[in-house]
Ligand binder design. Structure first.
Ligand code: UT7
Length: 339
């Protein structure tokens, strides 16, 4: 979605993150299900993930926002809009954005939650960028936060080894330089994928009953093989389309920033784009799949490690339940990280 009608461009001007302290490593899973470290590492690339023991999605999101405020000097009362991408809201309503607003003291903000599963951060970033481009907002907090442990069945070895809890936030502001910021996004949904990755009960279709609880219908269900195939194709298709649309060669891209669901999906996407492994942001080994938080977590860590610099072109790419998927092309505008 290229900004056609406005000369205002939205840029990321701050980052923040929160990862709970408690670590669940592959050894822990060996002790609770029939699995082993080698299978998990070679099939997924994951070594450990985090567990939020006390607190909910809004608490993690608020911590990520506070980290961002601390490191940018921006004050909560300056925030115009809070968008929370999540599939694990604290409650159906009120929106997690309301709980975060109160927790961080963003007294002048409005906000909402956005549900697009693992593509949630990209969809939220585009929504936030549109608010900036239209002139309707000057400071938008976009947060990906998911407490996946709250919907994970720890007796299902097909899914429980994959997911972790975390949150990460970015601040969007009007860019002062139009070579910097979000240039374009290609976003897609295809509801024919609804039965491949979903939570079967708890919504208006199958409200919670004793039966739904007994039958474990309030957990993630995934047909892993089916999702794997479409994820590789979906993420690579839109990322290659983005490169072609903007005449970008692989050496003009500093990093591919992929959703962290499976290292094999990431490798296949990078290969189709002609991107070298060292040009791919990876932290799936330490966090697993944190759904809406994966992409901003990568951005925050790589920026703070001094690996991404002002002027770097990035392609963000995601695929998730729905199906939802997309890619985004932006030029990084922040220069120095000092703690
Ligand atoms: O983020 C949202 C989008 N989600 C994704 O992108 C996830 C996409 N899917 C995947 O990443 C992969 O399909 C998985 C990692 C979930 C599974 O990997 P796979 O290579 O597709 O394995 P599989 O499901 O085909 O299972 C292969 C074998 C099976 O045994 P049999 O039937 O061949 O005897 C499974 O029962 O591996 C077995 N298996 C396990 N073995 C040890 C499944 N889970 C485990 C496990 N430990 N945890």
């Amino acid at each position: 979605m290229q900004n056609q009608n406005s000369n205002i461009k939205a840029a990321i001007t701050g980052v923040g993150m929160y990862a709970p302290e408690k670590i669940m490593d592959n050894k822990y899973f060996e002790s609770i299900i029939d699995t082993n470290d080698e299978w998990i590492k070679t099939r997924t690339g994951i070594s450990e993930r985090r567990l939020m023991e006390n607190g909910a999605t809004s608490d993690m999101a608020a911590e990520a926002a506070k980290d961002l405020f601390k490191t940018t000097g921006v004050k909560p009362e300056e925030i115009d809009v809070i968008i929370i991408a999540t599939v694990t809201p604290d409650m159906f309503f009120p929106a997690t954005a309301c709980l975060v607003q109160e927790n961080i003291g963003a007294v002048n903000a409005w906000g909402y939650d956005l549900s697009a599963a693992c593509s949630g951060f990209l969809f939220a970033l585009q929504s936030g960028a549109s608010l900036i481009e239209s002139g309707n907002a000057k400071k938008v907090l976009v947060i990906g936060s998911d407490k996946m442990s709250s919907i994970t069945d720890y007796t299902d070895r097909n899914t429980c080894i994959l997911f972790g809890d975390a949150a990460s936030a970015v601040l969007l502001e009007p860019s002062e330089d139009d070579s910097i910021g979000i240039h374009d996004s290609i976003l897609r949904v295809d509801g024919s994928g609804q039965d491949s990755l979903y939570m079967k009960a708890g919504g208006s279709l199958n409200p919670a009953t004793e039966e739904t609880v007994k039958n474990k219908l309030h957990y993630i269900y995934q047909d892993g093989k089916a999702v794997f195939k479409v994820a590789v194709k979906g993420m690579a298709d839109v990322s290659v389309e983005m490169m072609e649309k903007h005449n970008l060669s692989s050496d003009e891209i500093a990093y591919l920033v992929p959703h962290q669901a499976n290292l094999r999906i990431i490798d296949a996407t990078a290969k189709r784009m002609g991107i070298d492994p060292e040009q791919v942001m990876i932290n799936i080994d330490r966090y697993g799949n944190t759904t809406a938080a994966t992409i901003p977590l990568c951005l925050t860590e790589y920026y703070r490690d001094g690996k991404v610099k002002k002027g770097d072109n990035l392609i963000l790419a995601a695929f998730g339940a729905g199906f939802t998927w997309g890619s985004m092309y932006l030029t990084w505008g922040m220069d120095k990280w000092e703690k």
